[in-house]
Design a protein around this ligand. Structure first.
Ligand code: UDP
Ligand code: MG
Length: 345
């Protein structure tokens, strides 16, 4: 796996581990999160960087990271030009990591940094991906949990990429895996499925997710449904095949029905068509109309994705990228200089 990447640190001094923290309005958690990361990783004796990707926060998150950087040189701050969503924020992090191992961690303290040593141990023993799988989430409603299980089942049936159930994006990846994720420049990203799709040697550890430390979840039901659809439609054309099967089934039924009508009409001319009146016609027309509209919608979902991909817009826009590490290439830029870099890859 050596040689797949070039570390961007100077003189081989780049950190061994990169922690990516996507954040959107998390000012209340940044300080404590960094404190816990520092405690764990200092005890581990590993060099590291913590990349906070600010995904268009409108609160004091950026100021909180800047305050933190005064006492923590491992911090790097990547500010996106607006809110692009967690998937894009993670990609912005992947595009900038220096470490040989990469951990993605939510900012809200639902995921304990105290798992890092276990993850690193698994990585050192030869695993490329260490999923952290939620055993339980405090403060999540039963219906949400049920919907989550249903999603993993449907996704497994339709998308053909097996994502470990209840594995959030929290986990460790070898740099080689991150390089693969970087090469996938799809507009509708679904990180966990991409990780599963990439393969490599996977293992999982379990943890109990804590309730949010501060702020509130950014996932409305609408957003979750859209995300679930991305998970399926970005990975498979199986729904289109099912549509084909449905079409075949309806055609076969219609053919059988017509044959039956013809036989009745020839064999029993007086009784033919009895009971097949207005209601059945309306029923058939609306049923078929419904199927057709559903089919057009499904095609539209795929075509819309082709349309968006064909525009080739960057997945995110960076308005500022600051590092405080002494060896970081970026620190040569004047601090605070708003470098307007776009996602060029
Ligand atoms: N997040 C982000 N951009 C967004 C929404 C969320 O970067 O548009 C971050 C958020 O700050 C947090 C992580 O993604 O660090 C997970 O979000 P959240 O806690 O709202 O999700 P949940 O834990 O409820 O699934
Ligand atoms: Mg959360």
């Amino acid at each position: 796996m050596e040689g797949l990447w070039q570390g961007s640190g100077v003189g081989g001094a780049s950190p061994e581990l990169s922690v990516i923290v996507p954040m959107h309005n998390e000012e209340g958690s940044v300080g404590l999160l960094a404190e816990r990361i520092r405690r764990v990783l200092d005890a581990e004796g590993i060099t590291y960087e913590v990349i906070f990707v600010d995904d268009g926060s409108t609160d004091g998150s950026v100021a909180a990271v800047e305050r933190l950087a005064r006492t923590m040189a491992e911090v790097r701050l990547v500010r996106l030009a607006r809110n692009f969503g967690k998937e894009a924020a993670m990609l912005a992090g992947y595009d900038r990591v220096c470490g040989r191992a990469v951990i993605v961690l939510d900012a809200d303290l639902q995921q304990p940094p105290e798992l890092f040593p276990e993850m690193l141990a698994r990585w050192r023993s030869g695993y490329d991906v260490v999923h952290a799988v939620r055993a339980d989430t405090a403060g999540i409603s039963r219906i949400r949990r049920l919907a989550s299980s249903a999603f993993y089942w449907v996704n497994g049936q339709l998308a053909g990429v097996r994502i470990p159930a209840h594995a959030a994006d929290f986990g460790l990846m070898d740099r080689a895996v991150v390089e693969v994720l970087r090469q996938c420049r799809e507009q509708h990203r679904f990180n966990r499925a991409l990780v599963a799709w990439a393969g490599f040697r996977n293992t999982a550890i379990t943890y109990n997710a804590a309730p949010r430390h501060a702020g509130r979840t950014h996932w409305s039901w609408g957003r979750l449904v859209g995300y679930a659809m991305d998970g399926i439609l970005s990975f498979s054309v199986r729904p289109l095949r099912l549509l084909g099967l449905l079409g075949g089934f309806v055609s076969a039924m219609s053919f059988a029905y017509l044959t039956l009508v013809a036989i009745l009409r020839i064999g029993w001319p007086d009784r033919a068509g009895a009971g097949f009146g207005y209601a059945s016609i309306i029923g058939m027309i609306s049923l078929l109309g419904g199927f057709q509209l559903l089919g057009i919608w499904l095609l539209g979902e795929y075509i819309g994705r082709i349309y968006e991909q064909s525009k080739g817009r960057p997945a995110y826009i960076v308005r500022e990228d600051r590092a405080w590490r002494a060896d970081a290439a970026e620190s040569s830029r004047p601090v605070g200089h708003p470098s307007r870099i776009t996602d060029a890859a």
